[in-house]
Ligand binder design. Sequence first.
Ligand SMILES: [Zn+2]
Length: 282
Amino acid sequence: MLQASGSNEPASENPSVAAQQADQAEQPDPADAASPIEQTPADQTPVSQQAQASQPTPQSQVAQQDQPDQPPDDADQPAAPTQVIQPDDDPLRGFIVPIAGACITEFEGHLPSAPRAYRNHGTHEGLDFYQWASCVTISTATEALAAKAGVIIRADTDYIDITPDDWARFQQDWDAPGVLDEARGRQVWIDHGRGIVTRYAHLSAIADGVAVGLEVDQGQPIGYVGESGQQEVYLNPGSDLHLHFEIRIGQSWLGEGRSPQVGRQLYLQAFGLAPPQPDSGG
Ligand SMILES: [Zn+2]
């Protein structure tokens, strides 16, 4: 499929490379893309209920699952089979794709753990949604959607675009404190409880009313796709529009230490687009 060509490509956020890939790559058929994203009502209902239900009292849910007084190997417990943790109880399940109608890119450069040579051999920590690889039209009017219900813990409502001097400073030391964060541009972060945070980066604007402390529902627009934090914002505006989306797990991030293709599978599972199965390494 496309992964062979994707793995041979250098970085992805370079607009000229992106344009080449766009020309060379077969655009995934939007009709094909729609079907795996569509969820049946039966699938959606428990997911959203679970997401909302877990929101106010994440601690108590964890407490319920860790029953310290219960013998772990008591085969006589009749209720044991119903207490098996279902996929919906997994904090890494029940997300929606953060752009309506988008599919999940197959290009390695867009995936978690993809190398970022221009960042001094850094690593991509999330999932990118570019128009040419995500089955949807993307502009600064494209809404970024809360992937799950939660509480806004960061909203860069007073963000100021980077300058060429800023980019030059980034180039001097990508590992300097705060540089990677600056390169993610205007951001919104949502806390979903149980150590899970989603981040929405490079936004062109924050949705009206979105501010720290606001509780958001799954699917609620939190901002608009852009290219903030990237040099294209002043070099060639409009040439690098994409959403950079991350699922953070405590101090780690989904796909850390795994191959980009395994990371893609983990995101597919988080979105309910792949069956839950133990990832087989790689
Ligand atoms: Zn990215």
